[in-house]
Design a protein around this ligand. Structure first.
Ligand SMILES: NC(=O)c1ccc[n+]([C@@H]2O[C@H](COP(=O)([O-])OP(=O)(O)OC[C@H]3O[C@@H](n4cnc5c(N)ncnc54)[C@H](OP(=O)(O)O)[C@@H]3O)[C@@H](O)[C@H]2O)c1
Length: 279
């Protein structure tokens, strides 16, 4: 008979140890949804690798998550650069030997919903595709050899991959299109990698209060307008997206692959965002 905990003691239902001995890479792990996911994974026992361009940001996050430095590794990485992804994979192998999960979360969005521009430049197009789509593709390609016992990959897409915002054709449209490629990539990889025991899914967040969101909607008024578009009546939190990602990374989702999970308070399921967002 297993020993029963004393009456009134907190009972660990297994969640805390769910990731014991597992290692997960998070791109864009120094802030927002990536950092919230890292916190939940470390709490659940995982080793975590944080990758991002701002080294001071991921270093500070790593120190906060694990002051001993044993379980969290920060690696300065620009996901749009193949050589840096090679270096990232080498550093992960050197430190932890292998991987059980990847959250391909790094992404960029710089559209201005207040005065949308239609004049997307060639350079902007390449940059969006390079970070959001190519960055996710090669982050997974370079780290797949580290999955020696199967595992789980989650990609971060967006509600804008599934519906328009009624804005002028421009950066928002391009952003959503690069993320639609991410959603599609998750579905195709799910089929490609099933025989290796690797599951692949995506999440599609709605309006989530992060650094990125605050740059797109920088005033209380703008954020209120966004909240009113959400059937749930409020913006989401990074922790709420992290819950979905952590679930998909875990063995609780062992029979789920090739799916996109909206974490958007009902945004995509509701009326089209039309008339256009007036900030
Ligand atoms: N917030 C929302 O409402 C929302 C909605 C839908 C989807 N998303 C998606 O969620 C993901 C995370 O965004 P967030 O909302 O959590 O905002 P965030 O806090 O600004 O996070 C974005 C992260 O991506 C990293 N990043 C950007 N470009 C990179 C590059 N070239 N190489 C490596 N890392 C890079 C950033 O770190 P560095 O700058 O240090 O590189 C940052 O940590 C993004 O893919 C975003 O598109 C967000």
């Amino acid at each position: 008979m297993p020993e029963m905990p004393p009456m009134g003691a907190a009972v660990n239902l297994g969640r805390m140890a769910e990731f014991d001995g597992k290692t997960v890479l998070i791109t864009g792990g120094g802030s927002g949804i990536g950092l919230a996911t890292a916190r939940q994974l470390v709490d659940a026992g995982a080793n975590v690798v944080l990758a991002g361009r701002r080294v001071e940001k991921i270093d500070a996050a790593a120190k906060e998550l694990d002051p001993t430095g044993d379980r969290v590794l920060a690696v300065g990485t620009d996901v749009s650069r193949e050589d840096e992804l090679d270096e990232l994979a080498t550093r992960v192998r050197g430190r932890f030997g292998r991987l059980d999960g990847v959250f391909a979360n790094a992404g960029m969005a710089s559209y201005n919903p207040i005065s949308p521009r239609a004049d997307v430049s060639d350079a902007e197009f390449d940059r969006y595709v390079g970070v959001n789509f190519k960055g996710a593709f090669f982050a997974i390609q370079k780290t797949l050899p580290l999955f020696d016992k199967g595992g789980s990959v989650v990609l971060n897409s967006t509600c804008l991959a599934h519906r328009g915002m009624g804005l002028t054709m421009g950066l928002a449209t391009m952003y959503g299109s690069t993320k639609a490629a991410v959603t599609s990539l998750a579905r195709l990889l799910a089929s490609d990698l099933a025989s290796q025991g690797v599951r692949v899914n995506s999440v599609s967040p709605g309006f989530i209060r992060t650094e990125m969101f605050d740059e797109l909607a920088p005033t209380d008024e703008a954020r209120d307008v966004c909240s009113q578009l959400v059937p749930a009546g409020r913006l989401g939190t990074p922790e709420e997206v992290a819950e979905a990602v952590t679930f998909l990374l875990s063995d609780r989702a062992r029979y789920i692959t090739g799916q996109d999970l909206g974490v958007d308070g009902g945004l995509v399921a509701s009326q089209p965002m039309n008339p256009p967002v007036q900030m």
